[in-house]
Design a protein around this ligand. Structure first.
Ligand code: DGT
Ligand code: CA
Ligand code: CA
Ligand code: ZN
Length: 598
């Protein structure tokens, strides 16, 4: 783990423990914020002076001091003190989604619960029932929250959750009374993994949609069915599961039914992120306004929420109206992460799916793809692309039927013929996805690579290498004059394989210097580069390729996941090679080569 990640984890722990000990809310938020900022920071906190640390947004003098102590002594006094106050087993209890710090603190102080096991035992024995203000319903919720963590465990990849959410929204849209409906939450923000699915709707009357939601196909359990919020646990082994990808998994889906006049405010609130929402509320307060899920209201001293007093909102019907009244641009959902977006005067021209005109990473039956060369080219034409690069695997990828040099040369001849046959309709490039060996050498000799139009170099093995070796390995590839694109740079697989953890700061700067494009692999299992890496690359001025790593025709549909990841990293059109004209793209591919020979 990088030092930044370690520091961020330590700060997060401080925040969690502070919540349990009933520390001031603002201190908790300050530590959470600092943790997030440091996790995303492109610079290494190990090499920053205390002054530089303090110049980081969200890091004040006190937190800077904690960071300095952590890197010098590997500990933080305050964290140790908090740990001494709180039983270690409670941390695990705190991590159960749906179990808030207030409840956990009560369980601890009033019932002496200090670990998950003790909590389960107490639930079974019925002893918690005698606690004041701990009703049967609360206890049932706690039981279900625990059962849910145990069966679902990890977060769902977006590629599983998004099609499921779209199907639910489409189903509910046709229900009587439903006037507006959309998914929100992390799904709308395009995060790579999803904790639960959030849906917001306007329905009048609300009963039909509530009924349809709680009885739809796949519902395993109805967790709540109230006036404004319904919640279900959904099994993902229904007809909506695509090639078995969600089978056996369960996901929680929340439906909020909101008044038509609050649509924009509700969508904004439930899209989040929580951190972005907090920023918006702070900004509202500075302008003597108050923001909640019902609207943006003038600030007054009345403790009753304004919507209950019939106060007329300043804005509430659309997200745009609310942002405008706050003096802000309407951020695309992917940017709403409190990663500096509130400091922008205008939104950069972020890349969109419709901007993508070329696929530069695709496989055929020559290696492990399912399409013939002609089928692949047809599929690319159907997508409206001007260029398709054929990049089958190299010989080291034996399990993927990688090509020997002889087979590669024969393949290249066929690709060139295909290209000639297609005339101006589409450019078919002869390339390779060449394996990066463990030491950073490539799987074909330079003279072979020089015969190709495009070289994508990717790591497929040796992915648990230590970070220093990984950095050296990838730098060697970036410095290789014949490489155009570094494919799925870390090799991570969601949700479990971490992949390489190179020093991304060095990687992006080298890539920028050598004119190598870093790939965002759009397959929802990869999304590698991930969003924070994209942001670093964008800040360094790197080129980025967004590719689908096509093995089957439907893989082209994964493009939207890659594009969302790109947008989360603030990638603009001009730095994305797949948005360029055919001429500009071909010129870049050739020029890099001329730079190599000259
Ligand atoms: P997830 O489900 O873990 O992938 O992440 P989200 O972002 O979908 O989070 P979730 O489902 O807990 O809540 C959906 C949105 O609702 C969240 O992004 C912001 C809003 N929200 C939920 N709880 C709070 C809260 O305590 N404070 C604020 N300000 N917003 C919240
Ligand atoms: Ca969610
Ligand atoms: Ca939720
Ligand atoms: Zn690959």
């Amino acid at each position: 783990m990088s030092l930044n990640a370690q520091v961020a984890d330590a700060l997060d722990q401080i925040a969690a423990l502070m919540e349990l000990t009933g520390e001031n809310r603002f201190k908790v938020i300050a530590h959470e914020r600092a943790a997030r900022v440091i996790r995303d920071l492109s610079e290494d906190v190990g090499s920053m002076s205390p002054e530089e640390l303090q110049s980081v947004e969200g890091v004040g003098e006190k937190i800077a001091r904690k960071i300095v102590q952590f890197r010098e002594e590997g500990r933080i006094d305050e964290l140790e003190e908090l740990r001494a106050k709180v039983p270690a087993g409670l941390i695990e209890v705190l991590q159960v989604p749906g179990l808030g710090p207030k409840t956990v603190a009560r369980l601890w102080k009033e019932a002496g619960i200090t670990s998950m096991d003790e909590l389960k035992r107490a639930l079974d024995s019925g002893e918690l029932e005698s606690l004041p203000r701990m009703g049967a319903k609360t206890l049932q919720n706690i039981r279900e929250a625990i059962a849910f963590t145990e069966t679902s465990g990890e977060r769902l990849p977006i590629g599983i959750a998004l099609p499921e959410a779209e199907a639910i929204v489409a189903h509910l849209r046709s229900v009587a009374g439903v006037r507006k409906i959309a998914y929100a939450g992390s799904l709308r923000r395009g995060r790579d993994t999803i904790g639960d699915v959030d849906i917001v709707c306007v329905a009048d009357p609300p009963d039909p949609v509530r009924e349809a939601f709680t009885t739809m196909a796949g519902v395993r359990k109805v967790l709540a069915s109230g006036e404004t919020k319904c919640s279900v646990r959904l099994a993902m082994e229904g007809g909506q599961v695509v090639d078995g990808r969600g089978a056996g998994r369960e996901v929680q889906v929340d439906l909020r039914i909101v008044p038509a006049s609050s649509w924009g405010a509700a969508l904004l609130y439930f899209t989040g992120s929580r951190a972005h929402n907090i920023r918006l509320r702070e900004r509202a307060l500075k302008k003597r306004m108050t923001l909640n899920e019902y609207g943006l209201y003038p600030l007054d001293d009345d403790p009753t929420p304004p919507q209950r007093r019939g106060v007329r909102p300043i804005a509430s019907r659309t997200e745009e109206a609310i942002y405008t009244k706050l003096g802000l641009p309407t951020y695309p959902p992917e940017m709403r992460e409190d990663r500096g977006e509130l400091d922008l005067r205008e939104i950069p021209p972020l890349v969109e799916v419709g901007d993508i005109r070329a696929e530069l990473h695709a496989h055929t039956i020559a290696s492990d793809g399912r399409m013939t060369l002609a089928e692949l080219v047809d599929a690319a034409i159907e997508r409206g692309f001007h260029t398709i690069a054929v990049t089958d695997h190299s010989k080291a990828s034996a399990q993927a039927n990688g090509l020997s040099v002889e087979r590669l040369r024969e393949h290249v001849r066929e690709i060139r013929e295909e290209n000639a046959r297609r005339g101006r309709t589409i450019e078919v490039l002869a390339g390779s996805e060449v394996d990066i060996l463990a030491d950073g050498r490539l799987d074909y000799e330079d003279e072979v690579l020089a015969e190709l139009d495009i070289v994508v170099a990717s790591p497929h093995s040796g992915l648990s290498q230590d970070p220093k070796k990984a950095t050296k390995r990838l730098l060697r590839v970036i410095e290789h004059p014949l490489v155009h694109i570094l494919g799925h740079p870390t090799g991570r697989l969601l949700p479990n394989r971490r992949g390489l953890e190179p020093d991304m700061h060095e990687i992006v700067h080298a890539a920028r210097e050598h004119g190598v494009a870093l790939e965002i692999n759009s397959h929802w299992k990869r999304l590698d580069l991930r969003d924070t890496h994209v942001r670093m690359a964008v800040e360094a001025g790197c080129l980025i390729a967004i590719d689908c790593d096509v093995h089957r025709p439907e893989h082209f549909d994964n493009l939207r996941y890659g594009v969302m990841t790109a947008r989360r990293g603030w990638l603009t059109r001009d730095h994305c090679v797949n948005t360029w004209t055919r001429q500009k793209l071909l010129q870049w591919l050739r020029q890099k080569r001329q730079g190599a020979s000259g």
